[in-house]
Design a protein around this ligand. Structure first.
Ligand code: ZN
Ligand code: ZN
Length: 110
């Protein structure tokens, strides 16, 4: 299991915790210790790491609408996956901006 660091604040993110954000079409990704850290990261001009997130393909296929604006998504979508224990809780977005808006509003639990 590799140790990850939050792309925004540098805190250690455990494999079974935190959030993974990815733009599969651009083969780039970011890691966050908390959902709130997506917001300043997006505002400052997102800095990506090269690479893909390791998620089963089945998760992606179930995500065809933006969780924020409900627009149908194409292959340029953004994926945000929450890791909680062995659970993977995915959401998809039309843009980084909408992922940040959604995070700002409290995510799934607003
Ligand atoms: Zn952080
Ligand atoms: Zn959207």
């Amino acid at each position: 299991m590799s140790e990850l660091k939050c792309t925004w604040c540098g805190a250690t993110v455990e494999a079974e915790d935190g959030y993974r954000l990815a733009e599969p079409a651009g083969a780039r990704r970011a890691v966050f210790c908390r959902l709130e850290h997506v917001v300043p990261w997006a505002i400052q001009g997102p800095k990506w790491e090269a690479g893909e997130i390791e998620e089963p393909k089945a998760i992606e296929d179930s995500l065809d609408r933006c969780a924020h604006c409900e627009q149908p998504l194409d292959e340029t979508r953004i994926l945000l996956v929450r890791h909680r224990g062995e659970h993977r809780i995915p959401d998809a977005f039309c843009s980084v901006e909408h992922a940040a808006e959604w995070a700002k509003a409290g995510g799934r639990w607003r």
